[in-house]
Ligand binder design. Structure first.
Ligand code: ATP
Ligand code: MG
Length: 241
């Protein structure tokens, strides 16, 4: 399969401090890659580096074979990348539809925006039902759905998702993960960073990130099979083998 997003040897951080070291990641056009790691492992930094929002100390990022090295964040969005940020960051006093429109490409005409809205409402019908509701009055899970919808407004081919499960009750976590699965099934490649390993229910591949370094990679269906006890032990901090 074609690797639509290809990250090689990426080292990045903030100021003079390197947070992620020599990270390699591939997201194929039909993949749902979940990057799992504990607090401070460098998950957010990895996504920010791919979007051009962290300081890059080395390595390359390509999308569809085109280098994004040195590209502005806005150009990365135009190329097909979009980030759904940690903590959702919806505008509470704006309506659902107004929030969605903030995710449209700047300069896109009204027809383009209406088409993008239509696609998001088709995929995430709850947002259509709530289009006039103030975002701040929605539940955490609904706000997460809105943040995902907003990230899909820019003609996204690879959706980057930062901890969609954050602060949600378990039943809502499963609902949000199902939504991610539906977005993937609709033909968008997904790379989601997560602390919650339950994402393996909808992901195709799992990458383990520890202290800014990739320490394991496995197919998602291996997570429950006991084939990778060492990886799981490392992830859950139970000592490993
Ligand atoms: N803006 C920043 N300036 C300086 N250091 C930062 C900044 N953001 C994060 N860091 C540091 O980088 C390291 C990795 O942070 P990062 O936010 O990438 O981890 P994470 O895996 O997303 O954690 P969490 O699960 O808590 O969201 C931490 O040691 C953190 O203190
Ligand atoms: Mg984070």
């Amino acid at each position: 399969m074609t690797a639509t997003l290809s990250v090689r040897g990426l080292s990045a951080g903030y100021g003079g401090v390197t947070v992620i070291h020599d990270v390699d990641l591939d997201v194929d056009t039909d993949a749902f890659v979940a990057v799992v790691g504990v607090n401070g492992a460098g998950k957010t930094t990895t996504l920010r580096a791919i979007m051009g929002l962290a300081d890059i100390f080395g390595g390359t990022v390509e999308l569809g074979g085109e280098s994004l090295v040195g590209a502005r964040t806005s150009d990365r969005v135009r190329a097909g990348l979009a980030l759904c940020p940690e903590g959702r960051e919806v505008f509470p006093s704006l309506t659902v539809e107004e929030n969605l429109l903030t995710g449209a490409i700047a300069g896109d005409d009204w027809t383009g925006r209406a088409d993008a809205l239509g696609r998001v409402y088709e995929l995430l019908p709850r947002l259509g039902e709530r289009r006039s509701q103030a975002a701040g009055t929605m539940s955490g899970g609904e706000q997460q759905q809105l943040a995902l919808g907003r990230a899909l407004m820019s003609g996204t081919t690879v959706l980057l998702v930062d901890e969609a499960s954050l602060g949600l009750a378990p039943v809502m976590v499963d609902w949000v993960f199902e939504i991610l699965g539906a977005i993937h099934a609709s033909g968008t490649a997904v790379m989601a960073v997560e602390q919650n390993i339950r994402i393996s229910a909808v992901a195709t591949q799992i990458v383990v990130l520890e202290q800014g370094t990739v320490t394991d990679r496995l197919e998602a269906d291996e997570v429950g099979s006991g084939l990778h006890e060492a990886a799981k032990a490392a992830y859950f901090g139970t000592g490993g083998t």
